[in-house]
Design a protein around this ligand. Structure first.
Ligand code: HEM
Length: 457
């Protein structure tokens, strides 16, 4: 390890309570806690959460080390509470097994595939806008719940593009079941002791019921596709038809289920949150809103955007990037060290847990001037030039970077463009807005917004 020759730095230790360490402060307000640890102790801080030794890695160079330079020494942490939901899908699997699965899924996200998804994304958005017009037509001063609207839209898009079926209908229990299972898993991560999922406590029973609802749907999609042998040209077909080169066999039904479920889970709420925050920021920042609408008028002139328009929607894309800087849907990631390591002079014992937070690093004053200010032009090539790669990582990085990064960026750009050129959305006056670090970063009190048709007036 070169310990004798290299300087080992003392890592600041935030001791906290003698029994629980910093567990309570962390659980009550993780964002505030991590930010104050950074302010008071710097970019590399050791804490204790109950029995666990945990390191907070808050500088871009530490994040880069963990995600990109030596990811082989780190396992994903905290996902075990999602086991009944996502099983051994892409988000949670490790090692060679993960690598093989990732190789099978990757082609579904190639450029040509994405081009073919634009029409479905804009159709689904158009349907939502039609519904909003109907709402206004009925004298609707009643605000729209933008967070829920975006969840429904992105669930429709991810299921239509990747699985060829819209599972977002109002009658469908899918959205509710997904929300319930994710929320329950997140609450479990905040505790040191949890009953096993199999124990028949009422909460567990409710959780397992929601899983069964999702299973019924996902297995029926899989069985239908397997039965028909049809190539839908989407992710589901790709997974169903894939054969492992070593055995010539396809994936088991359970493995297909785990992968499909993973894509539903990973692919909708994240994008929905990014969009909800973008529309909140659009309302709060009229000057940047004007620049956005100027670009939309110039490039689209009221038309529905196409794939070819995307490179010209430069400001719209920066608007989305800047929204995800201030409100990154995945606000934190956790890892566990397999063996001992050294990160920039700090010793990490094997078995330690490590946490990085895009929310905190995205506001780090050493890398972001006036960090609280919403300013999409931070992302022009000139202004991004000198910034370290990992000052901004809403999609993670390294080999485990989000497989949906281009899908999500394209989707969010199209939806932002279509909504903004058609509607003004204003937050209900006096409504409190506060980010809550749930499994994704959500507006704690929702985002009720009144829609105004900016074309019809
Ligand atoms: C704005 C939207 C999104 C954000 C912010 C986001 C964020 C992330 C992040 C931070 C990771 C890394 C997790 C880790 O390292 O522990 C990740 C992984 C992943 N995401 Fe996304 N995601 C988004 C949209 C999507 C979409 C649309 C899909 C699918 C269509 C998707 C599928 C996945 C999958 C399967 C993984 C696991 C990849 C692997 O480990 O190989 N995500 N995402």
């Amino acid at each position: 390890m070169g310990v004798a020759t290299r300087e080992i730095r003392e890592t600041p230790y935030l001791r906290g309570d003698p029994v629980f360490g910093s567990a309570r402060a962390f659980r009550d307000d993780p964002l505030g806690f991590i930010e104050s640890a950074r302010r008071e102790h710097g970019d590399f801080v050791r804490i204790r959460l109950g029995p666990y030794r945990v390191y907070l890695l808050l500088g871009p160079e530490h994040v880069e080390y963990l995600l990109q330079k030596n990811p082989g020494n780190y396992l994903k942490d905290g996902y075990e509470h999602n086991e009944p939901l996502t099983g051994r899908g892409l988000l949670t699997s490790e090692g060679d097994f993960w690598r093989r699965q990732r190789r099978l899924a990757q082609p579904a996200f190639h450029k040509e595939r994405l081009r073919g998804m634009v029409g479905t994304m804009t159709d689904a958005t158009e349907e939502m806008l039609e519904r909003w017009r109907g709402h206004l037509g009925r004298g609707g001063e009643r605000p729209l719940e933008i967070d829920a609207e975006m969840s429904r839209l992105t669930l429709s898009i991810v299921s239509r593009t990747l699985m060829g079926a819209d599972v977002s209908g109002e009658a469908s229990e899918v959205g509710r079941s997904l929300e319930h299972t994710l929320g329950y898993a997140f609450r479990r991560t905040g505790r040191f002791f949890n009953l096993p999922f199999g124990f028949p406590a009422p909460k567990n029973l409710r959780y397992m019921r929601a899983i069964r609802t999702l299973d019924t749907l996902v297995y029926s999609l899989i069985d239908e596709r397997r039965g028909s042998g049809e190539d839908g040209g989407d992710l589901l077909s790709m997974l169903v038809r894939a054969r492992y080169s070593e055995t010539g066999e396809g994936m088991s039904r359970k493995q297909l289920r785990d992968e499909v479920m993973t894509f539903l889970v990973a692919g909708y709420e994240t994008t929905a949150r990014a969009l909800a925050w973008a529309f909140y920021l659009l309302d709060q920042n009229p000057e940047e809103g004007r620049s956005l609408r100027e670009e939309l008028a110039r490039v689209l002139g009221g038309r529905t955007p196409t794939y070819e328009d995307l490179p010209r929607l430069v400001y719209t894309r920066m608007f989305v990037q800047e929204s995800m800087r201030l409100y990154p849907p995945v606000w934190g990631l956790a890892r566990r060290a397999k063996g001992e390591d050294e990160i920039r002079g700090h010793r990490i014992p094997g078995g330690s847990r490590l946490i990085i937070s895009s929310y905190v690093t995205h506001r780090h004053p050493a890398f972001w001037e006036n960090p609280e200010k919403f300013d999409p032009e931070r992302f022009t090539p000139e202004r991004s030039g000198g910034r370290p790669r990992y000052a901004y990582f809403p999609f993670g990085g390294g080999p485990r970077q989000c497989i949906g990064v281009n899908f999500a960026t394209m989707e969010a750009t199209l939806i932002t463009a279509m909504v903004a050129q058609r509607f003004g959305l204003s937050l209900v006056p006096g409504h409190p807005v506060e980010p809550q670090a749930n499994i994704t970063l959500k507006p704690r009190h929702g985002l009720p917004m009144v829609a105004r048709d900016v074309v019809a007036g």
